[in-house]
Design a protein around this ligand. Structure first.
Ligand code: AHR
Length: 503
């Protein structure tokens, strides 16, 4: 057995409040996310609007507070007007981002109905690829203005008397990426984002805006992009976005599990860049972070290259996630919680079928992928105040990172419920890790439960035929000692949720 790890948390040493929107997700008009995912009128469990109720139940289990929509790369060629009004009059369009045909059977109003059914809210993206301020302000007017203007009255005519009151808006998507329809230089984007933000807020001053940051840590223009974009938009936006995906392409699991250290660094650099611009502007306002695309994404890359273009809802980006993917997803969630002071929103990309925690068969079953579990556990139990985690752990060196802590962990204090929850990953692939947890000023506590997600096979996955192949159990070893400390043994390569009741 490896040397033990120690973790100290104290009620008075906090990082920040968890904004519930940290547990957001993403539905793009891509692959089978919408058609065959959330919407499938022919499915036996579809409701009167065609939404799959089995999928809705799985979404509700995640307690998703916000869902980004309609893209992604898709939004940069999208005319939102194509998706409203009588469905039989809607046009099929060639969709250039993913080379499919978009039937426009689901659009803004249907998505807002789905959000209400899923107990979530929308984070709406506007097209700054092929379009600009004019269509963005019209979309805000259609969505949020009560009545008495052309676009708001059109919404009413479409059957939606009450405004949708969409609060959070993204100013385009990944505008630094050469793959993006209408990609831009940082200065070009900064200018159009600023002018778009102004008119959107003139229509509805209550909205909050997210400017596009770099589409990944590896982009050549990172972090100069963030600095330039914020120079232009600082007065008009509240957030800057971050996107990051990882993959175990070399089948080096120890190195794969270390990748969240890159996410830590990414967050740190973007926070520093925001604060640098704040200093230059002599401003009071702090720009916060919206990590609105994050996940593991690589399993489906080869299959996607073979998909014939111009079909409706082909099976694109259908990663089947395994046990080690769930561990890295757990580490990524911990990375974001550790910066809850600045990361206020985040969206697991995506929600259904497309690099997603929920999978479906058209006309058939819906099930939970391995990554569903760390996402659900943090969303359900990780609300409250994040505590500063003082951690002493044995370490290892991996290909991309040295001094990788075997223990990755964070604790969240929910004052209302008198609970402290520890989320912890043991990155060791062969050995269990004894953990000693000192709760300092919290005083006495008892264990509510110690949930463990473990598997002898890092590549084990859930499928339609074996949906429970990898699932958590409640038999973890955490116990409170006579001296009031918590001791647990974290199984090799495991995700752990230790829930404590303060007494
Ligand atoms: O989430 C899949 C795609 O990844 C999104 O459309 C895009 O923004 C990113 O490159």
């Amino acid at each position: 057995m490896t040397k033990k790890a120690k973790m100290i948390v104290d009620k008075d040493f906090t990082i920040g409040e968890v904004d519930s929107r940290l547990y957001g997700s993403f539905i793009e008009h891509l692959g089978r996310a919408v058609y065959g995912g959330i919407y499938e009128p022919e499915h036996p469990q579809a409701d009167e609007q065609g939404f799959r109720t089995d999928v809705l139940e799985l979404v509700k289990g995640l307690q998703v507070p916000i869902v980004r929509y309609p893209g992604g790369n898709f939004v940069s060629g999208y005319n939102w007007e194509d998706g409203v009004g009588p469905i039989e009059q809607r046009k099929k369009r060639l969709e250039l981002a993913w080379r499919t045909v978009e039937p426009n059977l689901v659009g803004l109003n249907e998505f807002m109905d789905w959000c209400r059914k899923a107990n979530t809210e929308a984070m709406m993206a506007v097209n700054l690829g092929t379009r600009g301020p004019d269509q963005a302000r019209e979309l805000v007017e259609y969505s949020n203005h009560k009545s008495g203007s052309y676009w708001s009255d059109l919404r009413i005519q479409h059957g939606y008397k009450d405004p949708h009151n969409i609060k959070t808006w993204c100013l385009g998507n990944e505008m630094d990426g050469p793959w993006q329809i209408g990609s831009k230089t940082a200065a070009e984007y900064g200018r159009i984002a600023c002018e778009t933000a102004k008119v959107m807020k003139w229509v509805d001053p209550s909205i909050e805006l997210v400017a596009c940051g770099s589409s990944g840590l590896g982009m050549a223009t990172f972090p100069e992009w963030e600095a330039t974009v914020l120079e232009h938009t600082y007065d008009h936006v509240e957030y800057i976005s971050l996107h990051q995906y990882y993959g175990n392409r070399d089948n080096d699991s120890a190195n794969f599990l270390a990748q969240s250290m890159g996410m830590d660094k990414f967050i740190h650099t973007v926070v520093s860049t925001c604060d640098y611009i704040q200093a230059k502007k002599r401003g009071k306002k702090k720009i916060h972070l919206s990590f609105d695309e994050w996940n593991v994404w690589y399993h489906s890359n080869d299959a996607d290259r073979k998909i014939e273009p111009w079909s409706i809802a082909p099976p694109q980006l259908e990663d089947i996630y395994n046990h080690e993917d769930a561990l890295l997803v757990g580490c990524m969630l911990i990375s974001m919680l550790k910066r809850a002071d600045r990361v206020k929103m985040a969206c697991m990309a995506q929600l259904v079928n497309v690099i997603a925690p929920i999978m479906t068969v058209n006309g058939g079953a819906a099930w939970k992928q391995t990554i569903y579990y760390p996402y659900m556990h943090t969303s359900v139990f990780g609300r409250g105040t994040v505590l500063v985690p003082l951690i002493q752990s044995p370490k290892y060196d991996a290909k991309d990172y040295t001094d990788v802590s075997y223990l990755e962990a964070v604790a969240v204090h929910n004052e209302e419920k008198s609970e402290v929850t520890i989320f912890a990953v043991n990155r060791h692939l062969e050995e269990a890790l004894p953990l000693e947890l000192d709760l300092r000023s919290f005083g006495a506590s008892r264990i509510i439960e110690h949930i463990v997600l473990e598997s002898d096979d890092l590549k084990a996955a859930n499928t339609a035929d074996a949906p429970d192949n990898v699932k958590p159990h409640h038999g973890g070893s955490a116990a409170v000692t006579d001296s009031g400390q918590v001791q647990a043994t974290l199984s090799k390569a495991s995700w752990n949720v230790i829930r404590l009741k303060l007494v």
